[in-house]
Design a protein around this ligand. Structure first.
Ligand code: NAD
Length: 395
């Protein structure tokens, strides 16, 4: 299988390197607007496996031409590009895979999951697969949710809990992945599934504490908008699900900055005019942050992503947390990248390799909840994304 990969940022480097190690992936065609970065990443792939193309995703003709060069297109651009890339895949008749979505359109001006699933029939009619939200979270968190769903007799609550105790050298503000995606999702009114109904919370309004497995430890988490709050109820409601929510640990300094961005509408994507120039405020703000790719070796600590389920097994109440821990320091030592990039990219590469080996038979728009969780978790273990499971006291 030939893989076309759009975007070779922090995560894209890892998806490319891990996918290229799979024998069923014969060629990886890397495409990005940044030529220097393309050369840098291509040099890290096994000899003869990489080709590079300078492509601006805003150029529809170039996007379709790039898609035609492969069998599967892995979208590792910011989520705002999801629908343009999916449409290019439909035109080029190629399979598609991404690591998350944006939206809702009425707030951000970019597509959300509903718009992606609206393309289900178009992919199905062309006998194509579009795998959406296949990173670590969303992605592995949803695979864990499905694994837990299979273990429980009744399942009332699913919480995705993402905790990072990493400290970044040299920067007061930093994001370990796509900065504009992070700012956008933190300031949206989060989708929550509560008492069996979808609703929206106020941004930065709900916090909780959680004791993550070592070495991460106790952290304060904030409810933010995330794909899992929609995907889990969509696919895993059959055993009495009443509550499905996403929480992430945010550095207090970052929360403060987010409140300022919001107050000054600097999280707005739509272009504004200033001093004779037109620019997108969120893209400008993101450009003032260090690039996620430059944080390798500067973040110290570990990140834990997992899904907490509450329900019953054999009549007993059970609270079970299924999780993956990655050390930023180890990711730097072994791969020369930071932990979040490694964790996300390696997870997406598991989906690529399963697809390349013909192990994903589903067509249309496919969510992580729809795959066999045991096979996916086995693939994770194979590439070094180990997982753990712990039963917590029921309270
Ligand atoms: N599901 C998850 O767990 C998870 C976690 C982290 C990141 N992500 C997603 O993965 C994606 C990639 O994240 P990242 O941290 O690698 O981002 P990044 O900002 O490091 O990289 C983005 C890349 O896109 C390129 N690019 C920007 N504009 C372009 C254009 N017009 N045409 C072509 N290339 C362009 C940039 O040069 C850069 O190399 C994002 O969508 C992010 O939301 C998902």
């Amino acid at each position: 299988m030939r893989l076309v990969q759009l975007g070779v940022g922090a995560v894209g480097e890892v998806t490319a390197r891990v996918s290229a190690a799979e024998p069923a992936v014969e060629k990886v065609i890397l495409a990005d607007i940044d030529e220097r970065r393309l050369r840098e990443v291509a040099a890290k792939l096994p000899p003869g496996k990489a080709e590079t193309r300078v492509v601006d995703a805003a150029d529809r003709t170039a996007l379709v031409a790039a898609a035609r060069e492969g069998d599967l297109v892995l979208n590792a651009l910011a989520t705002a590009w999801d629908i343009p890339v999916m449409e290019a895949c439909l035109e080029a008749r190629r399979h598609y895979l991404d690591m998350g979505t944006g939206g809702p359109r009425e707030i951000t001006g970019t597509a959300d999951l509903d718009e992606q699933f609206a393309l289900h029939d178009a992919f199905l009619e062309r006998d194509l697969t579009a795998m959406v939200s296949f990173g670590i979270d969303p992605g592995v968190s949803d695979v864990f949710a499905r694994a837990l769903y299979d273990q429980f007799d009744t399942l009332e609550k699913l919480l995705v809990l993402d905790g990072d105790n990493g400290a970044v050298d040299g920067y007061d503000l930093a994001c370990s992945f796509s900065v504009e995606t992070m700012i956008e999702e933190c300031l949206l009114p989060p989708t929550v599934f509560r008492d069996g109904c979808e609703d929206r919370n106020e941004p930065l309004s709900e916090f909780m504490e959680f004791e993550f497995p070592e070495p991460v430890g106790r952290l304060t988490l904030c409810n933010v908008d995330h794909e899992e709050s929609q995907l889990m109820p969509m696919f895993l409601a059959g055993k009495g699900l009443r509550d499905a929510t996403f929480f992430i640990a945010l550095d207090p300094g970052f929360v403060e900055a987010l409140r300022v961005f919001k107050a000054l509408e600097l999280n707005q994507r739509a272009p504004v005019e200033f001093g004779g120039a037109t620019f997108s405020p969120i893209r400008f703000v993101a450009s003032r942050f260090p690039r996620p790719v430059d944080l390798g070796g500067r973040i110290h600590g570990a990140v834990c992503v997992g899904t907490l389920a509450e329900g019953t097994i054999g009549g007993e109440r059970v609270r079970r947390y299924l999780y993956q821990v990655t050390s930023h320091d180890q990711a730097w030592e072994q791969w020369g990248v930071q932990g979040t990039a490694w964790q996300t990219g390696a997870a997406a590469a598991c989906a690529v390799t399963q697809f390349a080996r013909g192990e994903v038979a589903l067509r249309g728009v496919v969510a992580p909840e729809q795959l066999d969780p045991a096979a996916f978790i086995a693939e994770m273990e194979r590439v070094g994304l180990s997982h753990g499971s712990v039963d917590l006291p029921v309270d």
